[in-house]
Design a protein around this ligand. Structure first.
Ligand SMILES: NC(=O)c1ccc[n+]([C@@H]2O[C@H](COP(=O)([O-])OP(=O)(O)OC[C@H]3O[C@@H](n4cnc5c(N)ncnc54)[C@H](OP(=O)(O)O)[C@@H]3O)[C@@H](O)[C@H]2O)c1
Length: 279
């Protein structure tokens, strides 16, 4: 693993700063090509979820590309219908089979839901104790939910994976994660494409002779946020990793910060928490 571009989590495990998102890649050929390109480019983190229906396809793609399990960091997420103590444990056993591995590097609760809130986390702590999972974390948790979890957790999540891009920068939550030693990882770091046409970002991109996607990803990592951009396009997969050889100025960082308008591209976590499912 490239030692320069990793985050040391509060449990001492190391996580690549830039990972590869796999949501919506479900056919084997596309996954094989995407994973091959990503690995050759330098990506070592691959992000999947029970909900994506592609764990098996990802596991096969690693094999098809001759990639050793120890060379990569796999993130997986437990889906809402699999929450609860017993179901979490049995669903993770199934995920391990699907991925064809005996451990997951980072397991996340995909969305907080108000029922079985503590039972699911207890299963996570036990899965870690059992060695089936190296690090445990959450996704889409807000400050109140992290504080609630803290009232009963024996150990706290080391990662909070949240929607994050220039139109939804979530500065207070990122700051809270930081004070709690929880690494923030951005999902939809490019806002699923929505942010790419912003004229001000285009001006900054022209100045650096970079693409808008590279400017956004660089903004994330200069804020101390890990990213998992997804692309099924070889040139974009490569482009999204070429962000370590230039720097944004403080003024440019401030200008991008000002683009925030609390605009989500995905579900609102507070609604999922109440409903108990994605909508
Ligand atoms: N924890 C959660 O609840 C959660 C929720 C959503 C996503 N995620 C994870 O986060 C990952 C990333 O999020 P995402 O897939 O929603 O959105 P994203 O990475 O922000 O954007 C992906 C979209 O942008 C396009 N794209 C990628 N790189 C580009 C570039 N350099 N130039 C122009 N367009 C580019 C892709 O197109 P092509 O593929 O056609 O190139 C795709 O349509 C997911 O794959 C998944 O692993 C987690």
């Amino acid at each position: 693993m490239d030692k320069q571009h990793v985050v040391t989590l509060s449990d001492e495990h190391k996580m690549p700063l830039v990972g590869f998102g796999t949501y919506k890649i479900t056919d084997q050929e596309t996954m094989d090509q995407a994973i091959g390109t990503a690995y050759n480019t330098g990506y070592r983190l691959f992000d999947t979820a029970q909900f994506y229906n592609n764990e098996q396809v990802l596991g096969m793609a690693l094999q098809h590309n001759g990639i050793n399990r120890e060379q990569v960091f796999i993130t997986d997420k437990v889906a809402e219908p699999n929450q609860g103590y017993e179901l979490t444990r049995s669903s993770v056993d199934f995920s391990l089979q699907q991925l064809n591995t005996d451990y997951i590097d980072l397991l996340l609760i995909h969305w907080p839901v108000n029922t079985l809130f503590f039972d699911t986390w207890r299963a996570f702590e036990d899965l870690k104790q059992a060695g089936k999972v190296r690090s445990i974390g959450v996704s889409n948790y807000n400050r109140a939910q992290l504080e609630l979890l803290k009232t009963q957790a024996h150990e706290m999540p080391v990662v909070n994976q949240i929607e994050n891009h220039p139109y939804l920068s979530q500065a207070p939550l990122v700051e809270f994660d930081h004070t709690e030693e929880i690494a923030t990882q951005a999902w939809s770091p490019l806002g699923r494409g929505v942010v790419l046409s912003n004229p001000m970002l285009q001006t900054i991109a022209n100045h650096h002779q970079r693409s808008v996607a590279q400017i956004i990803l660089r903004w994330h990592i200069q804020r101390g946020i890990a990213v998992i951009p997804k692309s099924a396009t070889a040139s974009r997969i490569q482009e999204n990793y070429q962000i370590f050889d230039f720097e944004l100025s403080t003024d440019e960082m401030d200008m991008i910060d000002l683009l925030n308008k609390n605009q989500r591209t995905g579900n609102d976590p507070e609604m999922v928490y109440e409903l108990g499912k994605q909508y």
